[in-house]
Ligand binder design. Structure first.
Ligand SMILES: Nc1ncnc2c1ncn2[C@@H]1O[C@H](COP(=O)(O)OP(=O)(O)O)[C@@H](O)[C@H]1O
Ligand SMILES: [Mg+2]
Length: 320
């Protein structure tokens, strides 16, 4: 069963196209990830799907209802945790969940019971009576999620739910999302953390308003990555990065992962640890533990975006 379907969905702000002919389908119970840098158009897409923003053109259905003609039907069936979610900091965890349950139209006699259920499900036991303003960031995020699901929505929209949260709490958050999906909730989630896509069943990569790749993680990895990657560690990664980036046509695209550098095999050029090491050494930089590694999702997506930009430039040049 299809829970969300977008067909050539588009949003213009004046002459600027924020979302450009986006099409995709999300199955019931699926975790569908929308990935992209800031400004890619993720939030604008979500706001259209939630019936909060009218599309310029195109169509979409959520839980079988049209966002254009039946937004009220949709609002009853979805939960939305916005990027700048607003909790009442002067209220307790329980009071916040009660409040949102009321907004979503739950009857008074079930609100109490449902709040208790959600507190257990989202693992907020022990925090019921704490003021939201006293909670650390990661827990606020969990309270916002609890508020978004108290009415048992069919489709849950989460806009960067883990932004700014430490890795351990992020991991726990994704486990909770997986449980929700396991129980049949469809989850549409955006993130700009590339590594988080591993938690999604399928993903779409958004870039300048367009979806430039979509599919399962495995399919995407397989389709784009047959190249080797060298990982190196140096004491001066920024200098090493600059040296390699300046010679990327010869040595391969380079990206930084904390203190580590990844160099991607270039087309039609020799590629070896020795060659990279020698180049850095002539520039006074020594390397530790260089090795060939599997691509991370970040490598994969950096590669897709770079290729997309190169192809569009070539196409433009061809048209002019
Ligand atoms: N109401 C608006 N008016 C004008 N431009 C907007 C508006 N909302 C978003 N944009 C622009 O649309 C683009 C996409 O924004 P957004 O959907 O928030 O991206 P993301 O969520 O991927 O960071 C950005 O360039 C943003 O500045
Ligand atoms: Mg956003």
């Amino acid at each position: 069963m299809i829970a969300v379907k977008a067909t050539a969905l588009e949003k213009h702000f004046g002459t600027f196209i924020a979302v450009n002919a986006v099409s995709f389908e999300v199955e019931k119970g699926e975790i569908y990830g929308f990935l992209g840098a800031n400004g890619a158009g993720k939030t604008t897409t979500i706001r259209m799907l939630c019936g909060l923003l009218t599309p310029t053109s195109g169509e979409a259905t959520v839980a079988g209802f049209s966002i254009k003609t039946q937004p009220e039907e949709i609002k009853k069936r979805i939960g939305y945790m916005s990027q700048k979610f607003s909790l009442y900091s002067q209220l307790t965890v329980m009071e916040n969940i009660n409040f949102y349950s009321g907004i979503y139209g739950l009857e008074n006699n079930v609100i109490k019971e449902r709040t208790a259920e959600v507190i257990k499900q989202i693992e907020l036991t022990g925090y019921e009576n704490r003021l939201v303003e006293d909670l650390p960031g990661g827990l606020k995020q969990r309270v916002a999620l609890a508020c978004a699901i108290s009415h048992k929505p069919e489709v849950l929209f989460l806009d960067e739910p883990t932004a700014g949260v430490d890795p351990l709490l992020r991991r726990r958050f994704w486990e909770i999302i997986a449980e929700l999906a396991g129980n049949g909730t469809t989850v549409f989630v955006t993130t700009h953390y590339m590594d988080e896509v591993e938690h999604c069943h399928r993903v779409a990569l958004m870039h300048s308003g367009k979806i430039i790749k979509q599919g399962s993680i495995r399919d995407i990895k397989n389709s784009v990555f047959k190249k080797q990657i060298i990982e190196i560690e140096t004491d001066t990664p920024v200098e090493a990065y600059k040296i390699l980036a300046a010679r990327k046509n010869e040595t391969g695209e380079v990206s930084m992962h904390g203190a580590l550098l990844h160099i991607i095999q270039p087309e039609d050029k020799d590629f070896s640890i020795q060659k990279i090491e020698a180049l850095l050494k002539t520039n006074g930089i020594s390397t530790h533990l260089p090795e060939y590694v599997d691509p991370t999702m970040e490598d994969v997506f950096v590669n897709i975006v770079k290729k997309y930009e190169k192809d569009s430039k070539e196409q433009e040049a061809h048209e002019n």
